[in-house]
Design a binder for this molecule. Structure first.
Ligand code: FE2
Length: 384
């Protein structure tokens, strides 16, 4: 039996990741390669990268004729049509309510590529990944931010389409066993089945499922924050419920949960397993990739700061999950971005138009617009 994740699930404390180091090594040895392993915790300072390119692979919409541009310290490359010299028009980017991002980092002569989240449908990620020049064989790690279908729905199909091309034992980072629970969407507009992560598809693709409840290194260059502590004004809404248990090989194992949850069958989602991903960009600060921010975008930033010991934040990019909140709450988030003095704020996916409008009015120089296919390049050689 896999030992229950340490008390950090209940404590929601960043210290747990580091404290789990020896424990992690033991668990890894015990469970073998076919079972989940524990991520390598951060020991000492986080790595520094020279350059970072974040490509939005899948998001809600695209504006094909948006001009690319350079600002101070950042290049913004929008993707146009799927056309090119010498070939007829064919495929174009597919947009949907799902999120996927590709991050390429450079450190000296070393390059690493990480895919974070996988969209709602296989069609979008497979199509966009190929059209934008992605190479499955070049991926060094996968990260699933949380167990919602709009983030993992495309994964099984992407793995199937990439069969035989991915690196053997390619790690996929998740924030814990909770990521595997079957979920029901319980918020408006409609209640219904919200899917479950296909454990067998991960096994068939020869991935190494890697639990990162605490801060952990990703592909030598980046790090996941570990589970996100609630340390700000932000309030968690629970738009889904998770079923604890396994049926026909799908779902999550109750014995891997803390005791208070083991005996329950259906519980409102608290997103204890949600993780953000971050990079330490030389001379600039952190670039935080938030994915969906169910536990709060400010909390995600604070967790990245705590995990790395770095307070300067160069950019925050991802879903900020502000759509369901009232204007006062959105205003507090904008104020927090000012307070933290984030250089660039790039809202995607579930951030919502009210946030965009308010940020445009209050922090116009920080706010960057993104579409499906947009690439943001930070660091060495980027910007004017
Ligand atoms: Fe989402």
């Amino acid at each position: 039996m896999l030992i229950n994740p340490c008390d950090c699930v209940a404590r929601r404390d960043v210290l747990c990741g580091g404290g789990a180091a020896a424990f992690s090594a033991i668990v890894t040895a015990l469970v073998g390669t076919a079972r989940p392993v524990r991520a390598e915790p951060i020991s000492g300072s986080v790595p520094e990268v020279d350059r970072l390119a974040v490509r939005v692979l899948v998001d809600s919409y695209q504006f094909a004729v948006a001009p690319s541009r350079k600002l101070s310290n950042v290049d913004i490359d929008h993707f146009g049509w799927g056309i090119g010299a010498g070939r007829p028009p064919g495929k174009t980017l597919v947009s949907e309510f799902g999120l996927s991002m590709h991050v390429e980092s450079r450190r000296g002569t070393e390059t690493r590529r990480v895919l974070i989240d996988f969209g709602f449908t296989p069609d979008s990620i497979i199509n966009n990944f190929a059209l934008l020049g992605g190479d499955p064989a070049a991926l060094d790690a996968l990260v699933l931010s949380h167990g919602h279908y709009d983030h993992f729905g495309g994964l099984a199909g992407f793995l199937q389409a990439s069969k035989g091309q991915l690196k053997p034992k390619l790690p996929i980072f998740v924030g814990g066993e909770e990521a595997f629970c079957a979920r029901t969407w319980t918020a408006p507009p409609a209640r219904g089945d919200f899917g479950a992560l296909d454990r067998k598809a991960l096994e068939d693709a020869n991935l190494t499922v890697t639990y990162a409840e605490g801060p952990a290194l990703v592909a030598d260059h980046g790090f996941t924050t570990g589970q996100i502590r609630q340390a700000s004004f932000e309030r968690l809404l629970s738009p889904s419920a998770m079923t604890i248990g396994v049926e026909h090989g799908m779902g999550c194992y109750a014995d891997r949960f803390p005791e208070d949850l083991r005996t329950q069958s259906v519980v409102p989602d608290q997103f204890r397993h949600e993780i953000a991903t971050a990079f330490n960009l030389k001379g600039r600060g952190l670039v935080v990739v938030t994915s969906c921010s169910h536990r709060g975008v400010v909390n995600a930033i604070k967790q990245a700061q705590a995990a790395s010991g770095i307070s300067k934040v160069h950019a925050v990019i991802g879903g900020f999950h502000l759509a369901p909140y009232p204007p006062d709450y959105v205003k507090q988030t904008v104020a927090a971005f000012k307070d933290i003095d984030v250089d660039y704020v790039i809202p995607l996916h579930c951030s919502g138009e009210p946030f965009y409008e308010m940020a445009k009015a209050e922090i116009p120089a920080k706010l960057l617009r993104s579409y499906t296919g947009t690439r943001f390049v930070f660091g060495e050689g980027a910007g004017t």
